[in-house]
Design a protein around this ligand. Structure first.
Ligand code: AMP
Ligand code: TRP
Length: 349
């Protein structure tokens, strides 16, 4: 992929954060620590923040229509319960703002087949039966680029698994700018990092914690109660050694490394800080500390999600309001994009 224009200056673009999560059900601790917790931190730094429930991405694989509506509201509840404030952040679902799909189409005509074929997430999701995958799943990253660039967003917080898609977003922006001789779309900066950029399975430290893992024991779900959280961490795979007092000592100990990283991320600490406290302890002593910290953080979020889901009219109101605000930013950017591409579209009243 070309990185020809990636050095262009972003100084003309105001700092603006965009990210999204698919409402495909089954939110995990990975989604919380890798994504939403960081969304909240950025919101609280007083940067302009826009967070989306990407329902158009969810339907790249089959979704039951009733479930999808419920999952979208559930994800909105998760955002709000985790600390996203609709007064500070724009919260909305992707399909409510048609500019995403419109810009997605234009980017389908900018992105190249060869770029898409290299996407590891497509290969993973399509599996052996790629011929039977939807065209939408193949084009998924072009729509993702549209989500971000429809707002001229500059910063995108995501977990480590989305890095390749963000590189593609830069390639699409660079090619568009180059082909049309403009400096219109920004070169985004990924915001990836911290101890929980990649939360691993509790059963296998070499696999990502995922809602699609067949074993429920492999993950902490945002819907798990205190007893299940305790039971899952108690049974989490470890090794027989005590915890080291320095990060180097976690090398080649993927499960130990993962539990320490989760503990650190939950408490806003670095791995080094945690190890200087718990180095020398056995897992029999460390696991109860981890359970306590996890339950303390997650239980209020789960409780608040359940409360919010009892009256979805409030969630629907937040989403409508968010969609109106999002459209107000995206519509003029789309209008200008049509003009640059040479598509005739009368200004809308
Ligand atoms: P998804 O559920 O695949 O739509 O992911 C939503 C967000 O959560 C993305 O930013 C992912 O990178 C992040 N995420 C999902 N699973 C994990 C994980 N195990 N560790 C860290 N981040 C994750
Ligand atoms: N692809 C992301 C995921 O699976 C979700 C997503 C869609 C996204 N559009 C986005 C993330 C725009 C950041 C910005 O997790």
């Amino acid at each position: 992929m070309s990185d020809a224009v990636q050095t262009q200056s972003n100084s003309k673009f105001k700092k603006r954060v965009f990210s999204g999560i698919q409402p495909s059900g089954g939110l995990t601790l990975g989604n919380y620590l890798g994504a939403v917790k960081r969304f909240v931190q950025l919101q609280n730094e007083e940067i302009e923040t826009i967070y989306c429930m990407v329902d158009l991405h969810a339907i790249t694989v089959w979704q039951d229509p009733e479930q999808l509506k419920n999952n979208t509201r559930q994800l909105a509840a998760f955002y709000i319960a985790s600390g996203l404030n609709p007064e500070k952040s724009i919260l909305f679902n992707q399909s409510a703002v048609s500019e995403h799909a419109e810009l997605g189409w234009i980017f389908n005509c900018v992105a190249r087949m060869g770029w898409m074929k290299r996407m590891t997430q497509f290969k993973d999701k399509a599996g052996k039966n790629a011929e039977n995958a939807s065209l939408g799943l193949f084009g998924y990253p072009a729509l993702m680029a549209a989500d971000i660039l429809a707002y001229h967003a500059t910063h995108v917080p995501v977990g480590d698994d989305q890095k390749q898609h963000l590189e593609l977003t830069r390639d699409i922006a660079a090619k568009f700018n180059h082909d049309f001789g403009v400096d219109f779309f920004p070169m985004i900066d990924p915001v990836i990092g911290g101890p929980a950029a990649r939360v691993m399975s509790l059963r296998d430290g070499s696999k990502k914690m995922s809602k699609s893992d067949p074993s429920d024991q492999s993950r902490i779900n945002m819907s798990d109660d205190a007893d299940s959280i305790a039971q899952k961490f108690r049974k989490a795979k470890t090794d027989p050694d005590a915890l080291p007092s320095e990060e180097l000592g976690l090398e080649n100990r993927p499960e130990a490394k993962n539990l320490v990283a989760i503990y650190a991320a939950l408490g806003d600490q670095s791995v080094e800080q945690v190890l200087s406290d718990v180095g020398g302890k056995q897992f029999s002593e460390f696991k109860p500390m981890l359970v306590e910290r996890a339950v303390e953080t997650l239980s209020p979020i789960t409780g608040e999600m359940n409360r919010l889901m009892q009256d979805v009219s409030e969630i629907d109101r937040v989403l409508k309001d968010g969609a109106d605000k999002a459209r107000a930013i995206a519509a003029p950017i789309l209008q200008r994009t049509y003009d640059i591409v040479g598509l005739l579209r009368p200004e809308r009243s």
